[in-house]
Design a protein around this ligand. Structure first.
Ligand SMILES: Nc1ncnc2c1ncn2[C@@H]1O[C@H](COP(=O)(O)OP(=O)(O)OP(=O)(O)O)[C@@H](O)[C@H]1O
Length: 272
């Protein structure tokens, strides 16, 4: 069910002789992104980061280093005060609120630390929520075929996280880890380009956390881009790359992160 969007952009002259194969546009690109607040706090300071499709990147740093601000700006939930963010080649800078909402809904998935499933809806309805919201307010009478298709996609997403048999349950009957797996299914149901995860395992025990991380890893292996904020060096080791923030700046990058190395670098940054 997973597939890659985008591809190779062709630039240059018309015929084969003048055609130049460019690098594929990164699924997520931040260029000189800053976020300053009134009162003089610079939460993010000229951060540039390019993440190709199919890559999982962990964002680490001490408390207050700007991790959540980075994720919020990258996901179009907050507007940078300088710099540009592009998702799948689309710049978020010039987009109005409606277009930004559409882009978030169609091309981005979210997993947060707090599970925020809707308790009055079934597990299946929770997984289908982004599809139900896609029609906007007033979309109360959808054709039966559409409803069936949406339910089918939500079931497939639940199946992918191993919870198809819990589709009709209310979320509060599920364990914390199972609820987080529903949140992952919900994030993937629209087949997004980029999945943003903010401390997705922060409330989970190590075994359950590993189950959720394996799902995010699988999503990346299937071509999605995953940007995950975490405090946990073990969680970071599931990523292809770890990036470290310090005082709002990109302080270090580590390919194929190892939990011990990540811990050591975090310790070193903490002493600066
Ligand atoms: N709305 C705001 N107004 C003013 N300052 C803010 C605001 N939001 C965040 N900050 C400041 O920006 C800096 C970065 O905050 P941010 O939440 O991004 O850090 P973080 O690395 O995610 O921290 P944590 O690990 O504790 O969640 C902090 O100094 C914080 O106090």
């Amino acid at each position: 069910m997973f597939w890659r969007r985008g591809g190779t952009r062709v630039v240059g002259g018309g015929g084969p002789a003048g055609t130049v194969q460019a690098e594929p546009a990164p699924a997520l690109a931040l260029d000189g992104v800053s976020r300053a607040y009134r009162g003089g706090v610079t939460a993010l300071d000229a951060v540039s980061l390019r993440v190709p499709a199919g890559r999982m990147v962990a964002v680490l740093g001490r408390s207050g280093s700007g991790k959540s601000t980075l994720l919020q700006c990258a996901a179009g939930l907050d507007r940078p005060t300088a710099g540009t963010v592009r998702i799948g080649g689309t710049s978020l800078t010039g987009l109005g609120e409606a277009a930004l909402t559409r882009l978030r809904r169609d091309r981005v998935g979210f997993v947060f630390q707090s599970l925020n499933l809707v308790p009055s809806l079934s597990v299946l309805e929770n997984a289908a929520l982004p599809l139900l919201l896609a029609g906007g307010p007033g979309r109360t009478r959808r054709p039966a075929g559409t409803q069936q298709e949406e339910a089918g996609r939500a079931r497939a997403a639940l199946d992918a996280v191993g919870l198809a048999d819990r589709a009709d349950d209310r979320p509060d009957l599920l364990s914390g880890g199972q609820q987080q797996r529903v949140a992952v299914a919900r994030a993937l149901v629209t087949d997004p380009d980029v999945v943003f995860a903010d401390e997705p395992t922060g409330a989970l025990d190590p075994v359950t956390a590993a189950e959720v991380l394996a799902l995010l890893r699988r999503a990346a292996d299937a071509g999605r881009t995953v940007l995950m904020v975490t405090h946990d060096p073990v969680a970071a080791a599931w990523a292809d790359e770890a990036v470290f923030l310090h005082g709002g700046c990109l302080a270090a990058r580590m390919g194929t992160p190892d939990a011990g190395e990540v811990r050591r670098l975090l310790h070193e940054l903490g002493r600066r």
